[in-house]
Design a protein around this ligand. Structure first.
Ligand code: SAH
Length: 363
């Protein structure tokens, strides 16, 4: 094996804004309108293969593809669950590091869970990625390529259930998306720009999930792209939350909830509160009541709660809450008038559910 490469991933078409694409094409000695042709191939047809770009002269497409579509993600392995409706893919990046993405197919929609970083620096003790520490940020194109490849696999009928369309994206893979802000927001621009400038997805179908980096939430609120915000709360009291989500020592529960409420005010998007239910840790009825009180104190109709049964991670002593305890937790929140839906644990048997991504290669 060659020594791992360092530095930045090579420049890729998906890193570039529409204007930068025209400049890049011109710098390569080609007519700027070729940029729009490339964008159609990439964002509308989900291909970067010069052989498929038959509306460009052969020499042109080979030059442009070589310069602007360097391979960024190579597939190491895929694992499937739920009769093929859940697919976890392990990708190797240009420098040998690995990330995972998970595609989940439901009747009428398909959701891709994307990674934004290699590892994660947030150190939440119940999350497998949190145990790895942060290796590096992904580039915009490394994020966009996860999406393009999933969209292509679906379209071509490579995923059980026949040809389909990618409808939803969630930044719930590896990493803290708001700790890689500029890159992530650029990726989001590519997701929502109408084809052929981008994939033309609806902003509401893109979810950015965060531990609660308050200044970044406020910045996101001002972007004019009303993505759905998910706040990983996991405890309504600072003493426990500081243990479960260490960044809480920097921004408290109240500060994170205030930022979430401001996000709703700015965007009109109802915020999701994520709450992994951990047996005897954070699943007490009084904590459900405290959460309900804190949420309703900030108004009604702006938030809903997604309890997630804890997905087991290797070496952790923690387990998911008992069924009755979970049911009581949900009932309490609802009694405060908070819409509450248990998140499914799709892919947990292939370590592909929330908090289980560690990109380990089984040898
Ligand atoms: N860094 C972002 C995205 C992380 S993954 C964030 O923290 O929001 C998406 C969700 O999975 C987060 O709510 C995270 O707290 C949750 N999660 C992490 N580990 C988990 C586990 N073992 N079981 C259930 N959910 C988990």
């Amino acid at each position: 094996m060659s020594a791992p490469r360092r530095g930045k991933p090579p420049r890729h078409f998906a890193d570039l804004s529409p204007e930068q694409r025209r400049d890049a094409v011109a710098e390569l000695g080609e007519k700027p309108f070729r940029a729009a042709q490339l964008a159609t191939h990439y964002y509308a047809h989900h291909t970067s293969d010069p052989a498929e770009m038959t509306d460009l002269p052969q020499a042109t497409r080979e030059l442009l593809a070589e310069q602007l579509f360097p391979p960024l993600l190579s597939q190491v392995r895929t694992l499937t669950a739920d009769a093929g409706a859940t697919v976890k893919t392990l990708w190797r990046l240009f420098d040998g590091v690995k990330v995972e993405s998970v595609l989940m197919r439901y009747p009428g929609r398909a959701t891709l869970c994307v990674s934004s970083q290699v590892g994660c620096g947030m150190a939440c003790p119940f999350c497998a990625t949190g145990q790895l520490g942060l290796t590096r940020n992904l580039s915009t194109a490394e994020i966009v390529e996860q999406v393009r490849l999933a969209a292509r696999a679906l379209e071509r009928g490579d995923v059980a259930g026949g040809p389909g369309r990618l409808s939803n994206l969630v930044f719930m893979g590896m990493g803290e998306p708001l700790a890689n802000y500029k890159t992530v927001i650029e990726a989001v621009r590519r997701f929502v720009a109408p084809a052929p400038d981008g994939f033309g997805m609806s902003a509401r179908n893109v979810t950015v999930s965060t531990v609660g980096l308050v200044p970044a939430i406020d910045k996101l609120a001002k972007e004019g792209i009303p993505v759905t915000l998910a706040l990983s709360l996991h405890a309504p009291d600072d003493a426990l939350r500081s243990e479960l989500v260490p960044i809480n020592t920097r921004w408290t529960v109240d500060e994170a909830l205030d930022a979430a409420r401001r996000y709703f005010d700015a965007t009109g998007r109802r915020v999701s509160i994520e709450y992994a239910l951990i047996k005897d840790m954070n699943d007490h009825a009084w904590r459900a009541d405290l959460l309900g009180t804190k949420l309703t104190a900030r108004g009604r109709g702006w938030v809903h709660v997604n309890p997630i049964p804890l997905n087991p991670t290797p070496g952790s002593i923690w387990t998911a809450s008992e069924r009755e305890v979970e049911a009581e937790f949900v009932a309490r929140l609802r009694s405060h008038g908070i819409p509450t839906t248990i998140r499914d644990t799709r892919g947990s048997d292939i370590d592909g559910a929330c908090g289980q991504l560690a990109a380990e290669e089984v040898s």
